[in-house]
Write a protein that binds this ligand. Sequence first.
Ligand SMILES: Cc1cc2nc3c(=O)[nH]c(=O)nc-3n(C[C@H](O)[C@H](O)[C@H](O)COP(=O)(O)O)c2cc1C
Length: 300
Amino acid sequence: MKARTVIHYSQTGQLTEVLRSLCAPLTEAGITVDHMVIEPSQPFAFPWSRMRFFGAFPEAVNGDPVDLKPFAPPAANYDLVILGYTIWFLNPSIPINSFLKHPASAAILKDKPVLTVIGARNMWVHAQQKVRGLVAGLGGRVVGNILAEDRSPNMVSLVTIIRWMFYGRKDPFLVFPAAGIRAEDIAGMSRFGPVRRRTSGPWKHRSSERGTACSGSSRIKPSLLVLEKRALVLFVKYRNYILAKVARDPASRERRVSVFSVVLPIGAFILSPITALATVLLSLVKGKELAREIEELQRY
Ligand SMILES: Cc1cc2nc3c(=O)[nH]c(=O)nc-3n(C[C@H](O)[C@H](O)[C@H](O)COP(=O)(O)O)c2cc1C
């Protein structure tokens, strides 16, 4: 009998909805679907305060795990793990990173094919590389990736996500659309349907639609990739800045997080259009190189 184990953490329930939609055809096809929800011992309260949100930055970037509530290994003898995760500061969310670094996780992922499902705003490439590495370290193998993201332009989703995260409001306002992944995109997740493996070759999703995550991969937008790579370099510097004096002066962390909470959003609004323009120029000069890099990264 076929069985799937779905492992995920969702703070607001958005990723839960994505997975529910994705898994509906599996259950309808008579496949057993076990769910394992990852829960930090100290829940991350929602909506966030500014200080708590930016205060999570050093640990998210560093990949530092937190304690999790005990989780029971899935009951059924599953043949695929569906690992749903969100992105926090370009990295796998702290709860999922903690799961992938938990001593009990190897027993669940060892020798198992893993299909990753990302529910993000729009920047996930580095996180997926990290997750692939962590899964491999536990003896599992990422065989595909399905992406559910906010389709709005980067600057627009930056505004709507800030309002959503800090005030808990997803509804459209002024000229801005609703925050997060569009309802129709969540509903459309069911089109991926049950994944099946051909006799040889990679895992395939039943969908043949272009532009989304068929054949185990997801589209990478060149300008966002360039922006993400720049941000990653800066993120290491910001993390070092926030933690630089903690040993001598523990209160310095709060002060520096406060500075960072202003610098990051302003930096993002300035860097985003500059990077979009730079990417157009870059693709004229190094178009083939960029295309090759994207092709390589898109191999889930
Ligand atoms: C602390 C924090 C940092 C985030 N950073 C990113 C990011 O770097 N890239 C991105 O695409 N989304 C980012 N998001 C959005 C999440 O990936 C996710 O889409 C959103 O939090 C809703 O997920 P949920 O299902 O857990 O509620 C961030 C969210 C949080 C809470």
